[in-house]
Design a binder for this molecule. Structure first.
Ligand code: GRG
Length: 296
């Protein structure tokens, strides 16, 4: 097995190339929209969700060419969510991935359409005939991504987030919000990677899902810590946004030391969840380390 940094670099490069192929060229009309879509999704981001989809896919014996489509679909949903999240009507942020956010580089209407079009392209990609031989399994995958990104998943979590500005939440309420806003798509990425295999076993899917739930939450706890601790240049987005927007975070609710401890506990629970996979779960374990130890 190759070392984690080489593997991650390979998947990140692969994801970039697949996304570039799937996105309409800047020469195709409407050119401004296609330019803005490519600006928003290419050339940046850690690609955590594609890494997860591929790690899960490798564990379940999925063909990497199929996982490419599932990973790209999830990354399109993720990119759309960031474009909309940065708009003045939401988090109002001028910086994303170290460059002007989409509505700053283009305009609000274009940013709105970029999100809409990326969302449609995500489902178009997941519905590709070459993704899966079993139509019923493919319907399950489309259903899974729709739930994870809709009002009972990411968009719902975002609605709770917007409504929680200036309000004090309990840890349980904060957890409910993040399980939806960030966690749902992270879980979907892992499960879709596994679903690209023929007949994935239920008990193995459940273990993977428990792992993904833990690292999804750990991802958010670490995000809150970084927002509080890191600087804008390192993050590539405006640091201290949560405090500026008067938003409850794990740092404000638990304090910095306890938030760090909570991230470690979730990391341990994630590793316990994949213990049944033995040495085959090593890539997922490395990914859990990467997510909890990241600095941007
Ligand atoms: C607009 C429907 C809608 C949803 C927005 C995910 C989200 C919901 C908003 C993003 C706000 C935010 C900063 C959440 C914290 C966790 C998070 C998703 C961070 C960004 O994800 P990374 O770190 O980004 O994976 P990169 O740039 O690496 O892809």
């Amino acid at each position: 097995m190759s070392d984690f940094p080489s593997w991650a670099a390979r998947i990140q490069a692969r994801t970039e190339s697949v996304l570039s192929t799937l996105l309409p060229s800047v020469d195709v009309a409407p050119q401004r929209l296609h330019t803005a879509m490519r600006y928003s999704i290419l050339g940046g981001g850690k690609r955590v969700r594609p890494l997860l989809a591929h790690a899960a896919g490798e564990l379940f014996g999925s063909h990497a060419d199929k996982v490419d489509y599932a990973a790209a679909a999830v990354e399109m949903i993720h990119a759309y969510s960031l474009v909309h999240d940065d708009m003045p009507c939401m988090d109002d942020d001028d910086l994303r991935r170290g460059k002007p956010s989409c509505h700053k580089q283009f305009d609000d209407a274009t940013a709105l359409l970029v999100g809409d079009a990326l969302q449609s392209l995500a489902f178009q990609t997941l519905a590709r005939p070459e993704l899966c031989k079993d139509a019923q399994q493919q319907m399950k995958m489309i259903h899974l991504l729709a739930i994870a990104s809709g009002s009972r998943g990411m968009a719902g979590g975002q609605a709770i987030d917007l409504a929680s500005v200036g309000i004090s939440l309990t840890q349980q309420e904060l957890e409910f919000m993040h399980i939806h806003k960030t966690g749902a798509l992270i879980r979907a990425a892992a499960l879709l990677g596994a679903y690209c295999a023929e007949a994935p076993e239920d008990s193995r899917l459940q273990a993977l899902d428990r792992y993904a739930k833990c690292i999804g939450l750990a991802f958010q706890v670490v995000d809150d810590i970084l927002d509080n601790q890191a600087d804008t240049a390192t993050l590539g987005k405006t640091a201290g946004k949560d405090a500026e927007n008067n938003k409850p975070t794990y740092v404000t609710i638990l304090g910095l030391a306890r938030a760090k401890e909570f991230a470690r506990e979730l990391h341990t629970e994630a590793l316990d969840s994949i213990a049944p996979f033995g040495a085959d779960g090593q890539r997922l374990a490395q990914l859990a380390d990467f997510i909890t130890e990241r600095s941007f």
